[in-house]
Design a protein around this ligand. Sequence first.
Ligand SMILES: C[S@@+](CC[C@H](N)C(=O)[O-])C[C@H]1O[C@@H](n2cnc3c(N)ncnc32)[C@H](O)[C@@H]1O
Length: 274
Amino acid sequence: MSDVTEDIEIRLLLEALHQRYHYDFRHYAQASIRRRLRQARQQLGFATFSAMQEALLHDEAMLPRLLGYLTVQVSEMFRDPSYFRALRENVVPHLRTYPSLKVWIAGCSGGEELYSLVILFREEGLEERTLFYATDISQDALETAARGIYPLDRIALFTENHRASGGKSSLSDYYTTAYGNAAFDKSLRDRVVFSDHSLVTDAVFAEMHLISCRNVMIYFDRALQDRAIGLFRDSLVRNGFLGLGAKESIRFSAHGNAFGDFVRTEKIYQRRDI
Ligand SMILES: C[S@@+](CC[C@H](N)C(=O)[O-])C[C@H]1O[C@@H](n2cnc3c(N)ncnc32)[C@H](O)[C@@H]1O
């Protein structure tokens, strides 16, 4: 199959996915999407992307299978501990000045980032006054996040990250183990709203004090990154905080001047008071 034909077929497949199911991957970074779709085509046993498109249009069972290939679900608790340390040391003192708080974890995947933040807020005495919104486009990811159960073999890394982030307690205070898994305490979810939300197609969540959206925009093209950053700007209170992933930045965004650097090395920004 020539590259030109493959490009046409991929474009049509993504168009079909959007028109039929409203999932919009048309402006995700092309190289990564092409790689994922090639893998899906091979593993699902289709000779061409056109055949895959036909199956997708006529069989709803294809949708979750394809979505599983299109989104990357890699995550870990207290990933990049220095980011969480900076939140604790630099952002929390500002958050303390508010009587009530809203935090949005956009692209929360299986919940690792969410639990990290809830634990951090509990340790800092802010959990009780906070509402957490955990959103993603993947239903599977949201279900995993709402369960809060992770294989025990991941816990050593999570524990080490928690310690390196300045954790004030032992991570083992927050989970119980059984059958090779660690189940995080359901009280950690008391103040969490889980919701299906796409940064590509959905609207703002208003009045957030902190938005943490890490390792999601790396999969977007420039126009889509601009859309997401515009959404964050409009969702934050004045002087609210935005935390991105280590490889992400608002520097080149059309909305870059709506934010100032807060902890530059950790990609933590503050919405300007304008
Ligand atoms: C690599 S994971 C990042 C997980 C976590 N934030 C972290 O940094 O560890 C990327 C997540 O973004 C989600 N995602 C992809 N496109 C999205 C969109 N348009 N809106 C919201 N979430 C999206 C994926 O489903 C996936 O759960």
